[in-house]
Design a protein around this ligand. Structure first.
Ligand SMILES: [Zn+2]
Length: 262
């Protein structure tokens, strides 16, 4: 299978999409609840896996939100476990619990009309850099697809994320950024679609792991600034993700558990 886009840099370093091959999407149909369950399971495989200490919210067309239940780690959540809530966090449907820690999500959805998907978890390598209060440098192509200007270190995290005051302050500090490294805590990743947010989460944790491994070897040369701009621009032009990544995740999860598909 050919890549949809040639991401190699031309000789003059003027990064641009030099070839666009047709990308044939192969995407099984999912219910909205199954989409959230697949996102949770797929992100769990990518390191968003701190037991049941994470939450995903996805804005629906009717203004309500689908949200992962408090009771389950993301690798075992099923479509029937996904909760529906209103913009105040009140349960509209579902048999489980919506965590009090959802306040950060409620605040971001109130303040940011561009945000459709919000993901919070404590992915290991991202949390290492968050603990250190540093944004990891990009050392490869995927890492550089995270826009440096899109990442915030949020160092004022204090105590429970259920605090409305803390949530307001956090969302305000983010401005229009899509990634916050919550110091001594974890990651908060936002997006305009599930596929974009899935890709952003993967790229963030990948970048964090690679930077850690390069540091462990004694250091290396980070991707040059102009190349970073080029790569993050390409991803933006492609709709926020390399084509096919989310589709592959959906197929992979359904292959493992056919009950995810209707
Ligand atoms: Zn947390």
């Amino acid at each position: 299978v050919e890549d949809a886009v040639n991401l190699q840099a031309p000789e003059d370093d003027a990064y641009e999409v030099t070839r666009v091959a047709p990308f044939l999407s192969h995407m099984p149909t999912l219910t909205p609840e199954a989409e959230v369950a697949v996102l949770a399971r797929a992100l769990h495989r990518e390191g968003f896996a701190d037991h049941n200490n994470g939450h995903i919210t996805v804005l629906q067309e009717d203004g309500s939100f689908l949200v992962t239940p408090f009771e389950f780690p993301w690798d075992e959540v099923c479509p029937g476990d996904i909760m529906r809530m209103d913009s105040e966090g009140k349960t509209l449907a579902g048999r489980w619990t919506i965590t009090d820690a959802i306040e950060l999500h409620l605040e971001v959805h109130r303040e940011r009309r561009d945000v459709v998907v919000a993901v919070h978890n404590h992915p290991h390598y991202t949390t290492v850099w968050a603990a250190a209060g540093r944004v990891p440098e990009p050392f490869d192509q995927l890492s550089a697809m995270v826009d440096d200007d899109d990442v915030l270190i949020y160092s004022d995290y204090a105590g429970p994320v259920s605090s409305k005051v803390a949530a307001k302050s956090n969302v305000k500090a983010m401005g229009s950024k899509h990634i916050a490294l919550l110091q001594n805590h974890g990651a908060f990743v936002l997006g305009t679609s599930i596929s974009e947010t899935y890709f952003r989460c993967i790229a963030l944790e990948w970048r964090s792991r690679l930077a850690w491994e390069v540091a462990a070897l004694g250091g290396g040369s980070a991707v040059k600034p102009e190349a970073r701009v080029g790569l993050s621009t390409i991803v933006r032009q492609l709709g926020g993700s390399i084509p096919g990544w989310w589709e592959a995740a959906v197929r992979r999860e359904i292959r493992r558990d056919s009950s995810l598909a209707p």
